[in-house]
Design a protein around this ligand. Structure first.
Ligand SMILES: C[S@@+](CC[C@H](N)C(=O)[O-])C[C@H]1O[C@@H](n2cnc3c(N)ncnc32)[C@H](O)[C@@H]1O
Length: 271
């Protein structure tokens, strides 16, 4: 890092964004993050493959949203640090006018994105806790890019497992501002997609980080899409969601993923 450390920045304690960056082979991480990543790899030898599979899921989801569902505005909650194949790269390759708001509560993401996004007028970053939907949706940067009268997509890829609060209530607060035709895309770690022993070990490692890891059952994750239409093929393991021709994936992939569409309200008949 060549920039001054932003407020709230800590290097002695691992953060989810920087552990993830270390697992992806990135450079925006510190000794505490690499140590946590190494501990994770000892307990889950497929860890690097799993995070790359999550990024591949994200690429397929964004491609679907822009190319097939016609989405042109996206808010990416818990966007993280990855430098390649970011949401705006994928979306704007298909439709250059697509607007993207990145949201993360780790100050390193803001420092990183300010430089990375400086010359892209259709992309911005908001530093906020995603649980504060009013702060996210009301931020000047968000309001400049997102027209809430038109359908938009909310991404929460590999982030709600760092949120102990009820995800359904958090999503409901966003949903109040999502017109029909809007979409929610989500991937989430689950104890149903690994062994109980590995789940317990990895959860323990995150107790030393800045955010705990909260695994949920597939049924609980499915419940986050309540009232939405799940796009085919529903909520499978991430590599099974519109898979590439030759998927390469471990047996225990940890994450379920899916996309939900907010339906049109039922037509009312007048007497
Ligand atoms: C595992 S990374 C996922 C990054 C990206 N979405 C992806 O799937 O490649 C999780 C991200 O969520 C962010 N995060 C965790 N809790 C958050 C919160 N309460 N509000 C906003 N971001 C949060 C972390 O800082 C981290 O960057």
């Amino acid at each position: 890092m060549t920039t001054d450390p932003p407020p709230g920045f800590t290097t002695h304690q691992a953060t989810p964004a920087r552990i993830y960056d270390a697992l992806l082979g990135g450079k925006d991480n510190y000794a505490a993050d690499r140590e946590a990543a190494d501990r994770i790899k000892q307990k889950e030898p497929n860890a690097e493959l799993i995070v790359h599979n999550n990024r591949a899921f994200l690429r397929r989801v964004v491609t679907y949203l822009v190319a097939e569902a016609g989405i042109r505005q996206i808010i990416d909650l818990g966007s993280g640090l990855p430098t390649q194949d970011n949401v705006h790269h994928i979306a704007q390759q298909i439709a250059p006018e697509t607007r993207v708001v990145y949201v993360d509560n780790d100050p390193i993401v803001l420092a990183h994105d300010r430089a990375r996004l400086a010359d892209n007028p259709n992309t911005t970053v908001v530093t906020a806790d995603l649980r504060e939907s009013a702060a996210v949706l009301g931020a000047t940067e968000t309001r400049q890019l997102i027209d809430f009268s038109q359908p938009w997509a909310l991404l929460s890829i590999a982030v709600f497992h760092f949120i102990p609060d009820d995800p359904g209530s958090i999503i409901d607060a966003y949903r109040a501002h999502m017109p029909p035709g809007s979409h929610l895309a989500l991937s989430h770690l689950s104890q149903d997609a690994t062994t109980p022993e590995t789940a317990a070990e990895i959860t323990r490692i995150y107790q030393d980080a800045t955010a705990p890891m909260v695994l949920r059952t597939r049924e609980q994750i499915h419940g986050i899409f309540a009232g939405m239409e799940l796009v085919e093929p529903g909520l499978p393991l991430i590599m099974q969601w519109r898979p590439p021709v030759e998927p390469r994936f471990p047996e225990q992939v940890w994450l379920f993923g899916g996309v939900g569409r907010i339906p049109q309200p039922p037509a009312t008949t007048t007497a």
